[in-house]
Write a protein that binds this ligand. Structure first.
Ligand code: G1P
Length: 278
């Protein structure tokens, strides 16, 4: 059913310069694993094993990461160091990886539209790797896939955020149709606190039905002169149905330095150290 997951990764990562001058921001490590790998693992766990990246200039390290490195593997074969590669090997063996480029940075909506070449005419998920989502039981995408099976329409992940932060997000308004699930009635990209229709912010996890591609084509540039997926989704919500799901789990904003450090400390204490000791 749902098999494909798209990762828009063309952004520059200016907030992390100079670290991101010659390295994709998605390859910044949270302890010993690049940020993007956490997102890919979440997708695979949700059963989405066809991974597509919408990349740009300077992003080749991502392709190399999800590929075999024969020289390195031969060097460490048969030594105690082999185990360090186990977790990425597992990822490589469980999924396929495809790439396409976004030639010009025209916004998230446009990046997703470029991904149509990899997706075709079927429903798919989108992960913004900057948002690290962790949950001890089923991951956030896994939770959304369950909902998609039931409702068969586009779904966005949402979280309540403080008023002072609402301007950083797409924001929804909706009617709660069952606990934690809303039918979207309005959606605004990065509104001011006064104009925000609620305190429910869109987090970087989406399931989209393929009619979204035509809707994006119809969508004029919006906030910051960019083609916004939020605007295309609002059209979809008005013509049919879009759901917003208040997910179970914890989200870290790894697109900001503070969030990245918080995530690093969390991963070190709760995932890395227990793994090393076990
Ligand atoms: C994008 C989306 C926004 C969403 C956010 C989640 O914004 O445009 O609607 O709330 O991701 O992280 P960005 O953070 O890429 O500017």
């Amino acid at each position: 059913m749902l098999k494909k997951c798209l990762f828009p990764v063309a952004g520059y990562g200016t907030r992390f310069l100079p670290a991101t001058k010659a390295m994709p921001k998605e390859m910044l490590p949270l302890v010993n694993k690049p940020l993007v790998q956490y997102g890919v693992e979440e997708a695979i766990e949700a059963g989405l094993t066809e991974i597509g990246f919408v990349t740009g200039r300077g992003k080749r390290a991502i392709e190399d990461h999800f590929d075999t490195n024969f020289e390195l593997e031969q060097q460490i074969a048969g030594t105690g160091k082999e185990r360090y590669l186990d977790c990425v090997r597992q990822v490589i063996d469980s999924a396929s990886f495809s790439y396409t480029r976004q030639g010009e940075m025209r916004g998230l909506g446009d990046a997703i539209l470029q991904g149509q070449r990899l997706i075709g005419d079927e429903a798919f998920a989108v992960v913004l790797a900057d948002d690290l989502c962790l949950n001890e039981e089923v991951g956030v995408l896994g939770q959304m896939v369950q909902l998609y099976k039931q409702f068969r329409c586009s779904i966005v992940a949402v979280e309540e955020v403080p008023k002072e932060q609402i301007h950083k997000f797409g924001v929804i308004a909706g009617n709660e149709i069952k606990p934690d699930l809303f039918q979207v009635t309005d959606m605004v990209e990065k509104p001011s606190a006064e104009d925000a229709p609620s305190n429910m912010a869109i987090i970087g996890r989406y399931i989209l039905t393929p009619d979204i591609f035509d809707l994006i084509r119809e969508t004029p540039p919006g906030k910051n002169g960019e083609v916004q997926i939020t605007d295309a989704l609002l059209t979809q919500a008005k013509r049919g149905c879009v759901l917003a799901y208040r997910f179970k789990g914890r989200r870290f904003d790894c697109g900001s330095v503070d969030g990245f450090i918080e995530a690093t400390n969390h991963v070190y204490k709760n995932i890395y150290l227990p793994g090393e000791k076990g």
